[in-house]
Design a protein around this ligand. Structure first.
Ligand code: 9G3
Length: 572
């Protein structure tokens, strides 16, 4: 491709609306353009890179024996009513009516659609296992779309669904998909890890997330360097790596703490460490009020809370509800004297002596609080986020917390959808059985953004070779120099013939502009035909990851690049 004719509108400056580096660079490198909030157009350079991700996904899914289909984006409400999800999801599910006033939604996922398709066609266990997948557009009306393709409303997902006759079959399909994901992300040239994950609203009993490691990632990865345990924050088990000093229970005392509410301020005001202060968080759990006790230096994990109580929805009570239930404004809530509210606590609260809580009275706290003397705790659960230094629940060594971007998520669904939709098959002794399902997603467009979050520098993108929109930027310097132009053209065609994808910058621009754009769009190799070529017949080659260029003849250049590309890009 010749740059002078290529629709590649690069930008000098970071656009104001972009907050994260991948969003900035994808706009500046002319890969995408915003159509509306969370909705992006792919320009030629962006689409070439997107197709590289899709093709690796497709090759590996096909290698695993999965079969590609294409499902509609527009979905009839009836299917979602069969599973009860039509009313369960809020505004994130974009609903609309057609001209006959029939209800539809834009598909945020396709469990209902695929189960409906399979229940109509597959009747016998002999036709199982079956894994179907698509690579297509999804729509989720996120309340706050941001970060470009990282959290868009319209995005491209590979979603696969497995159908087995029993649990054992599902375990095989799940393991096959898990291993396929490892191959996919390895071939993409990304540093990633798989972590134990919560099954969320989808239900089912086990799931793993695949995370691209990146400091700017929104997700926290909890891992043990010693035994390999890895989980996301919602699943990482917090173990007690401490025991409290034995203390006599002192007399309960109410103290005035005028307008002192934040944990750090209360602790400082009363001269106690923050772990001696117990927060009382008022939550509505499926609309039932709970008081959740958690140590002042710990954070509640709402997904752990939901899972511990087997609830559908957990949400923090608003200030007015807190006031009504506790008799005090937020910041002074406490467990003593509460009525009609279940009191539960994180496990780290057990054994605490003479601690501090709100007094359920404005500007007042209690000190020397002890349970069960002063109030009863109904039950204890693992409700807190693990923190740096917590011990591994498997081997007891210190855990590490790092950050990542979720790009894949695999779930064991079981028969949740097949039972709800009467999707059954005849097993070998002729009995009707519901399919045992799994579902497996990859955020294809998000993977592109994650690759840039993980691989960039101050000058721009640094493409992993397998995902690069082109392999080589060919820069011809000295505008109007016929010899350089003809040599470049010959090299350009010779490289394409060897499978090396070249973007040729033959524009009538100063060298500095060409070098800056080459660094910005970040192709793996930059080759230059300029002075050195005129004087010594040498081509300057600089890998994007290295500072220094080296010189090769035209012949050596072709052989070097052809072998580099073939080595890295062929599916192993
Ligand atoms: C909805 C809306 C948003 C959603 C869902 C449903 C996430 C929903 C979970 C999944 C599970 C897997 C197949 C591919 C991999 C992920 N957000 N999920 O079910 F109506 Cl608005 O999508 N589905």
């Amino acid at each position: 491709m010749r740059l002078s004719r290529y629709f590649l509108p690069t930008l000098r400056e970071d656009p104001a609306e972009a907050e994260v580096v991948s969003h900035k660079l994808m706009l500046r490198a002319g890969m995408i353009r915003r159509l509306a909030s969370g909705i992006y157009s792919f320009l030629p350079l962006g689409l070439r890179a997107l197709r590289k991700v899709e093709n690796i996904v497709r090759e590996e899914m096909n290698r695993a024996g999965a079969q590609e289909i294409l499902l509609p984006l527009v979905q009839p409400a009836e299917l979602w009513k069969e599973t009860g999800r039509w009313d369960k999801f809020g505004k994130e599910l974009l609903r609309f009516k057609d001209r006959k006033e029939h209800d539809f939604c834009l598909g945020p996922t396709h469990e209902e659609v695929i189960t409906d398709l399979v229940r109509g066609e597959i009747r016998s266990y002999r036709q199982l296992p079956l894994i179907l997948y698509q690579i297509a557009t999804k729509f989720r009306d996120e309340i706050r779309p941001r970060f470009g393709l990282m959290r868009g409303r319209e995005f491209i997902m590979k979603d696969a669904y497995s159908f087995d006759a029993n649990e054992e079959g599902l375990n095989k399909s799940y393991r096959l998909m898990y291993e396929t994901y490892e191959r996919i992300f390895s071939r993409c040239g990304l540093r990633f890890t798989a972590v134990l994950a919560d099954t969320g609203t989808i239900g089912g009993e086990e799931s793993h997330e695949f995370m691209v490691l990146a400091e700017t990632g929104e997700d926290v990865i909890v891992s043990c360097p010693s035994c390999g345990y890895a989980a996301n924050l919602e699943m990482a088990e917090a173990v007690q790596n401490f025991s409290y000093p034995e203390e006599e229970e002192k007399t309960l005392e109410k103290v005035s703490t005028p307008d002192v509410k934040r944990v750090e301020d209360v602790a400082a005001f009363l001269g106690v460490p923050t772990w001696k202060l117990v927060k009382t968080l008022i939550y509505l759990v499926d609309n039932k009020p709970y008081a959740i006790l958690i140590r002042g230096d710990h954070e509640l994990n709402e997904v752990k809370l939901r899972r511990a109580l087997g609830a559908e929805v957990v949400e923090m009570a608003d200030a007015e509800t807190v006031e009504r239930l506790t008799g005090a404004p937020v910041g002074f809530a406490g467990p003593i004297g509460l009525s009609g509210i279940v009191i539960i606590a994180d496990k780290a609260v057990a054994g605490l002596k003479n601690f501090v809580t709100g007094a359920n009275e404005k500007d007042a706290h209690y000190i020397n609080v002890n349970s069960p003397r002063d109030f009863e705790i109904d039950s204890f659960y693992d409700l807190r986020n693990v923190t740096q230094g917590d011990l591994c629940p498997r081997c007891g060594k210190p855990l590490e917390l790092t950050r990542g971007i979720e790009v894949g998520h695999v779930f064991k669904l079981g028969s949740k959808y097949s039972e709800a939709m009467g999707a059954t098959f005849l097993d070998r002794d002729g009995k009707e059985k519901p399919f045992v399902m799994g579902c497996y997603g990859i955020g294809v467009s998000r993977t592109l953004a994650a690759a840039i979050e993980q691989n960039h520098d101050e000058n721009g993108i640094i493409w992993p070779l397998a995902l690069a929109p082109f392999h080589v930027a060919l820069l011809t310097l000295g505008p109007g120099d016929q010899e350089l132009f003809e040599a470049s053209e010959k090299l350009y065609h010779a490289l394409w013939e060897k499978g090396v994808e070249v973007l040729w910058d033959e524009r009538d621009e100063r060298p500095g502009v060409k070098f800056k754009d080459a660094d910005l769009i970040g192709l793996p190799y930059r080759i230059v035909l300029g002075k050195k070529f005129k004087s010594e017949g040498k081509v300057e080659i600089k890998p994007r990851t290295q500072k220094e260029a080296f010189l090769l003849s035209e012949e050596e250049t072709i052989n070097f690049l052809a072998s580099e590309i073939q080595r890295a890009c062929q599916s192993k």
